[in-house]
Design a protein around this ligand. Structure first.
Ligand SMILES: NC(=O)c1ccc[n+]([C@@H]2O[C@H](COP(=O)([O-])OP(=O)(O)OC[C@H]3O[C@@H](n4cnc5c(N)ncnc54)[C@H](OP(=O)(O)O)[C@@H]3O)[C@@H](O)[C@H]2O)c1
Length: 214
């Protein structure tokens, strides 16, 4: 199973760190191009290589790790998915410029965290992503924790809990195997419409829950 990562920022790089720690291979990519990733791939060792977005998007399992506002243009520009697996690591939030009016908006309950919720009109974020990758099997994962903890799957003798959800049982089994190979304790939250909502930031009931299975 090849793995591609779209986005090399906070989420993409920390998933790559977790994979590298377990000796798993992946191609990581970003908007700026593979040359910009030379320091990161040097840090992560031989299993993680830098590629273009198009190269990473050809993998069997493709993690989407770009800002919400970038998903439509990025996903719309990629070749056919042909039943491959897309892991949706995104959340429908806007990262705020600290000097913007939004960052000081007293009606924004998330301003102190530097983010603003994006109104999806009642849709779950994964249903939006699912519509943008026709022919792919979408599994939501890696989105519900502070990314800084992702490279530490094992904590105090226990395993960090990672939620996942999706509509295709075989795709979920593949993602579960991947999470377990990284050392996480994987917990199935059901379908995208149910589990996806529970685990999505900023308001999902299980979002940010950082649990350890002892
Ligand atoms: N940060 C967290 O704690 C966290 C936790 C869970 C989930 N998430 C979710 O993960 C996603 C990424 O967040 P992040 O914090 O990793 O963001 P980030 O640090 O800003 O990194 C974003 C990455 O996406 C790439 N990118 C931006 N626009 C693009 C475009 N139009 N086409 C292709 N690539 C593009 C950037 O490329 P360049 O590097 O070339 O600019 C960068 O590598 C978001 O949906 C976020 O909600 C974040």
């Amino acid at each position: 199973m090849s793995i591609g990562i779209l986005g090399s920022g906070a989420l993409g790089s920390n998933v790559a760190r977790a994979l590298a720690k377990s000796g798993l291979s992946a191609i990581i990519s970003n908007r700026s191009g593979p040359e910009s990733l030379s320091d990161l791939v040097k840090e992560l060792g031989p299993t993680i290589t830098a590629g273009t977005l198009e190269q990473a998007a050809q993998a069997d399992i493709v993690l989407v790790a770009v800002p919400w506002l970038a998903i439509e243009s990025l996903l719309g520009s990629l070749p056919a998915w042909n039943n491959r697996i897309v892991i949706d690591g995104t959340n429908p939030v806007l990262f705020l410029d600290p000097n913007s009016a939004d960052a000081k908006d007293p009606t924004n309950p998330l301003a102190a965290y530097g983010i603003k919720a994006i109104d999806l009109g009642g849709k779950s974020s994964s249903s939006v992503v699912r519509d943008l990758v026709p022919g792919a099997r979408v599994v939501k994962a890696f989105n519900h924790l502070d990314v800084a903890v992702l490279p530490e799957p094992e904590v105090s003798g226990g395993k960090r809990t990672l939620f996942y959800s999706g509509d295709d049982a075989a795709a979920k089994a593949e993602v579960r195997s991947l999470l377990e190979a990284c050392g996480y304790f994987a917990v199935d939250l059901g379908s995208l419409d149910t589990g996806g909502r529970l685990m999505e930031l900023p308001f999902g009931a299980l979002a940010t829950h950082n649990l350890i299975k002892i």
